[in-house]
Design a protein around this ligand. Structure first.
Ligand code: PHE
Length: 509
């Protein structure tokens, strides 16, 4: 126990509805200290309870004391294992019901993870014989269950700071970087006698007047909760852009300095433009429900788009001169679906259709949506940095040069390109950068295929690229979890400027 504090009893009768529910709960145990954690009130999450309890303490409605409790957080490996599975789980998948060799494990999992997996398997009594790992059916099921418990343990820790299974806990604690021990202060509160009587007085006082109350007249004769006109507020003491907005501003500035024009588009698009125009085959996995947010409504498609449907059908099914197409049937109704755009390359293609000739350098920094589960490196809604250049000098060389130049203006010098694949570009390259000594894949790039440009009557050569902003920002600001960008933790917001001031661009207050 660290402290025991009693605020002077300046009990004011002004209670919010949440405060009243908490007091009502506490009044069931008038002489007991109840831990804030155990206060489970319907419709109130932890944060709301915490804030109401702070007010109750300030108002002198409750006494409180603090205890320290051990709790856990996921470490870096823990987060990865939670989303991808533990190395020993991956090894089980590879081994299946048959067997696998150590070399195979190393090839598929990498040296490090394979090592960890073998170590954990050995602890479960599975040791490789002559370089190969064998597991029989029964053991496999038993281990699958046991290892899944470990992953669920990680999940429980992520959600509640602890894990109830002591065998699992023992395993997780022994391993490096899976979980981190921390201490957490817990408040225990006890209702004061004054509050008990105040609660009675408060009875059914009204906090907000609804339309029903007005029409039924049920408000008559009731008391109203007064407004607090002079609340105590804390001054945050800083005013500058949110780190992400700041980064977007910087990126805009850089593109503009490099002579690019900004393009804009809509969040809601048709599959026709988001996918078919870009020669993405209709059976492409990214088009499926689990990757794309489709809208329930289907509009009737416009005259012009109907013409494009005819064009894309031909291109997809039988190609254009010199190129064979996908060969499979193209279904016009599939292209009429409405969706939340999955990439800003749809902005690019629409821009190109409106500017079929000449020289252009365009960019956008805008939102895209993907049907992903949220975890430490995925968000369902994120920003993409998109760029495209139409120019006779378009080549892989100029593409690399532009992307390197862009990143170097952001203070990132180490940019690599690896061969990749996108249905609309050929050749295609993924962009990999080293940021804060971590290698990250930032996005894709390439030169538009004739199957995309020619049917649309676009005359020039075009290169384009698209990169995730949040993934980049996460590393740039040294965050462990991509969600932290949107948490807006005040302490982080106050300090992030220090990180960024190492680059030559300063945040402008
Ligand atoms: N649209 C791709 C993506 O969303 C990136 C990309 C853009 C690739 C332009 C090639 C050319 O990941």
């Amino acid at each position: 126990m660290v402290s025991y504090t009693n605020f002077p009893s300046m009990f004011s009768m002004d209670l919010s509805r949440n405060e009243v529910s908490i007091l009502a709960e506490l009044s069931r145990y008038p002489d007991k200290f109840i831990s804030e954690d155990s206060l489970k009130l319907e419709g109130l999450d932890r944060r709301t309870v915490a804030s109401a309890v702070s007010y109750l303490i300030k108002k002198g409605a409750v006494d409180f004391k603090l205890t320290e409790e051990e709790s856990y957080d996921l470490g870096e490996e823990g987060r990865i294992y939670l989303s991808e599975g533990l190395p020993e789980q991956l090894a089980l998948k590879i081994a299946g019901t048959g067997e696998t060799t150590i070399d195979e494990l190393k090839r598929l999992l990498g040296e490090e993870k394979a090592g960890i997996a073998l170590n954990q398997l050995a602890r479960s009594g599975i040791r490789p014989v002559n370089g190969s790992v064998q597991i029989d059916m029964e053991k496999l099921h038993q281990l699958q269950e046991e290892y899944e418990k470990r992953r669920l343990g990680l999940k429980e820790i992520e959600e509640s700071g602890r894990c109830s299974d002591s065998t699992v806990m023992e395993n997780l604690l022994k391993r490096k970087n899976l979980i981190i021990r921390k201490t957490r202060k817990i408040r225990h509160i006890r209702i004061r006698p004054e509050a008990i009587s105040a609660l009675k007085d408060q009875g059914d006082s009204i906090e907000s007047l609804t339309q029903e109350m007005l029409s039924s007249g049920s408000w008559k004769g009731k008391s109203f909760r007064p407004y607090e006109l002079n609340p105590e507020t804390q001054i945050a003491g800083f005013n500058f852009l949110h780190p992400l907005s700041f980064m977007i501003e910087q990126i805009r500035d850089i593109f503009i300095e490099m002579g690019f024009t900004e393009m804009h588009g809509n969040y809601v698009e048709t599959a026709l433009w988001n996918m078919d125009a870009l020669f993405i085959p209709q059976n492409h996995p990214a088009r499926q429900l689990q990757d794309t947010f489709y809208l329930e409504e289907h509009p009737t498609i416009g005259e012009e788009d109907r013409l494009y449907q005819g064009i894309f059908k031909k291109v997809h099914e039988s190609g254009i001169k010199g190129y064979s197409g996908w060969g499979s049937r193209w279904d016009p109704s599939e292209s009429e679906k409405l969706l939340l755009r999955t990439h800003t390359t749809v902005n690019t293609i629409r821009y190109l259709v409106a500017h079929r000739t000449g020289q252009h350098a365009v960019f956008s920094v805008d939102r895209v949506f993907r049907h992903e589960n949220m975890d430490w490196k995925h968000l369902p809604e994120l920003h993409q940095i998109e760029g495209a250049v139409m120019h006779p000098k378009v080549s892989l060389g100029t593409l690399k040069w532009i992307i390197r130049e862009f990143y170097s203006r952001l203070g990132i010098e180490d940019v690599k390109f690896i061969p990749s694949y996108y249905p609309y570009t050929e050749p295609s390259m993924d962009i990999v950068a080293e940021i804060n000594s971590k290698e990250v894949e930032l996005g894709g790039s390439g030169i538009f295929r004739p199957e995309v440009l020619r049917p649309l009557g676009i005359k020039g050569k075009v290169m384009a690229w698209g990169m995730g902003l949040e993934r980049f920002a996460m590393l740039y600001y040294n965050l462990r979890d991509i969600r932290e960008i949107y948490n807006s933790d005040i302490d982080w917001l106050k300090t992030y400027r220090i990180t960024i001031s190492t680059s030559d661009r300063k945040n402008k207050d």
